[in-house]
Design a protein around this ligand. Structure first.
Ligand code: NAP
Length: 284
């Protein structure tokens, strides 16, 4: 039976630590503040935004929401970002995805001041991550790194297989795992014979968005399994990309869904906001 990596508990511990950091900042006259921009009316986004505002409240981070109409123009969005870039009281800016199709989200990410880019999507942060400089790391990969560290799971010299190559999860994970001296292989929808590759993984990270894609026969004995996926099964229940019940029997460590990577993502967003506030203070 595998050890369950408890993301919920770890996220709680991180939030507690951040609360004490925020208290210290406040004692020095700095009120960390996050601005969240949401364009349109996406139901799932509303839930995510609500969760982020709750986490801010718990830690003592100030929070301001900017809700824009579905028919917002690119200029209007860029103008808002410009205003937030210039506001001294705002330390972090987050643009909730998805945005309506007529908007270019990458152009918007580029516009966010990289020093306030707490999601780590601005190409400056993406580039800094790839050359190993201090930067904001995309919150989900950052959460995965933290989980491995917290459970003392060594990455150096290990075969790390990542399924998925999105800009927000898979690609930054490649850099994070390389930095830890893992030997990294990436699979995607055009990869042939995935099982052949995954069965050699010491650490397998599933981030593709297909319920129970990773089955027991795809996994090596004693592998560490990180499940990033969030899917709904036929009964509407949240499930990951891994067939947890069966894979757990073979793995050494495994993350559950829910209660694994999900809560860590928000905790790392909060970590990035606190870092942005500290950095801004140093720049003053
Ligand atoms: P995405 O942008 O849709 O990317 C999915 C990736 O998986 C793509 O690279 C795609 O390959 C690959 N893929 C799709 N089907 C595949 C298959 N059958 N075999 C191999 N690779 C396949 O998704 P994402 O935004 O990275 O999210 C991935 C999952 O993580 C989703 O379930 C999402 O809900 C979840 N997620 C969770 C958190 C969290 O906080 N826990 C945060 C973000 C995302 P191609 O590039 O070839 O198309």
């Amino acid at each position: 039976m595998a050890i369950i990596i408890n993301g919920k508990e770890l996220a709680k511990k991180i939030r507690l630590y951040l609360k004490s950091e925020v208290d210290k900042l406040k004692n020095n006259g700095i009120n960390p503040k996050l601005a969240v921009i949401m364009v349109g009316d996406d139901k799932a986004s509303k839930v995510y935004v609500k969760n982020k505002s709750r986490a801010c409240e718990e830690i003592g981070i100030e929070y301001e929401e900017f809700l824009m109409e579905e028919n917002t123009s690119m200029d209007q969005l860029l103008n808002l970002i410009e205003n937030l870039n210039n506001r001294k009281d705002i330390h972090g800016i987050l643009l909730q995805s998805p945005v309506p199709e007529h908007l270019d989200i990458n152009q918007a990410f580029k516009k966010i001041d990289y020093r306030k880019d707490v999601d780590g999507f601005n190409p400056i942060n993406v580039g800094k991550l790839s050359i190993g400089e201090d930067c904001f790391i995309s919150c989900t990969p950052f959460g995965v790194v933290k989980m491995l560290e917290e459970y003392n799971i060594e990455v150096q010299g290990k075969n790390v297989v990542i399924i998925g190559r999105s800009n927000i999860v898979g690609k930054p994970l490649i850099q994070c795992m390389l930095k830890k001296n893992g030997t990294v292989t990436v699979c995607h929808s055009k990869t042939k014979d995935i099982k052949e590759i995954t069965s050699k993984a010491d650490i397998l990270i599933a981030a593709l968005g297909k319920a129970k894609f990773v089955t027991q026969d795809m996994v090596k004995d004693g592998a560490v399994i990180i499940d990033v996926g969030i899917n709904r099964n036929e009964e509407g229940k949240l499930v990951g990309d891994v067939d947890f019940e069966n894979v757990e029997k073979k793995a050494s460590y495994i993350t559950p869904v829910p209660g694994g990577v999900g809560p860590m993502t928000i905790a790392m967003l909060m970590t990035n906001v606190v870092k942005a506030a500290k950095n801004m203070n140093i720049r003053k």
